[in-house]
Design a protein around this ligand. Sequence first.
Ligand code: ARG
Length: 463
Amino acid sequence: MPEKPWNGRFQEKTDAAVEAFTSSIDTDKRLYTQDIEGSIAHCRMLAKANIIDEGEAESLIKGLEEVKEKIEKQEFKFDDSLEDIHMHIEDALTHKMPENARKLHTARSRNDQVALDTKLYLKDVTKQVLKGLKALRQALVNLAGEHIYTVMPGYTHLQRAQPVLLAHHLMAYYEMFSRDAKRFEDGLKRMDENPLGSAALAGTTYSIDREYTTRLLSFSKMTSNSIDAVSDRDFILEFLSSASICMVHFSRISEELIIWSSSEFNFIELSDAFSTGSSIMPQKKNPDVPELVRGKTGRVFGNLMAVLTIMKSLPLAYNRDMQEDKPPLFDTADTLMSCIDIYARLLPEVSVKKENMLSAVSTGFLNATDMADYLVGKGIPFREAHSCVGKAVGYALGEHKELHELSLKELKVFSSLISEDIFDCLTVENMINRRVSYGGTATENVRVAVEAAKKELEGKQVG
Ligand code: ARG
């Protein structure tokens, strides 16, 4: 039975049920790399500050590296009675070098240690997220690049509204995921503060060198308030919030891919490799990947709620409640990474049924706004033009025709200002290419936007 670090004060041994209940080792063992990295930096600093001697530091570092190797080779025994990864590593070191290992925890507490480990972990995860988002944005831009001339109905209220280019629609997601990347980048800056040396909550009596560990651990600065440093989990909340917003975007694109692949829309088809079948209905080809991504949004939102609730009303500084931050954090990090990764692979597997998209544009009066704009061009105020076209739509509905299928004579009934040139303005090509306002769907605009995005991804300055 391993010895508890707090043995001095206690006469009875911990109840086995309490050990099992309080243990977090199953979850936090994945922080072993960060824990060892932090301990090595701490050792070096203790030696530099003459708190331990060089020889002691060297043997501790060697011992820590051996523990790491043992964990990596899966030869390490985890045990609930040792609570968490910090105590496991210290205990393993104590078995190797009892005298030296007992000095490692000088000027340190598990409170600054866990804050440090979690920050080191999350800095790394955030960098991976950023890398993944870049690949995803690249996949979106590639698909958009293939569809600069593909026209589809744009929707509001899920009713056909106005034609847009598929590339324009896809680039809307590019914007969303680019904002996500900026949010993660911003969070990264804020979490880049080293808490090590804050000790339990009040700092330490030893003359430690926090700037040195800050450099060794590649933080850009150190935290300025020891109480805040050990009780702050804002960096986790920010990551979970950014992840939740990112999942909103995934959920929206997923919903679109799902409905677009239905027989009712029939706009796209996902490759066989990215679809699944039904065990009972032989004809089915199901979009399970986007459905699961949409479904995983639930746990990511839930994880944010969990940590907000854990942190709310906690008195300063460290409270054991905070140990509950890790399962939701790890779950969100894993879920988000898996969604980013699968989407970067899925997007090239989308094949677009251009004909169906185009034919959906030619019915449903998508050129009604263009007809109103035409009348405005002839000097009619927009509201009047709107009402005029409304009447024309009503008439065309009765005739089972579209606006551009009405004759000039029929159209003139709604305004004498209408002449032959109306038909040009009602074509799909015109509807797209006249929307030249900055950020609009005109082909030239979209082409420029796709090019700018490509340059942005290559890291070149645009504009
Ligand atoms: N396992 C703990 C956590 O994850 C580590 C810190 C424990 N500190 C303490 N004072 N009990 O939060």
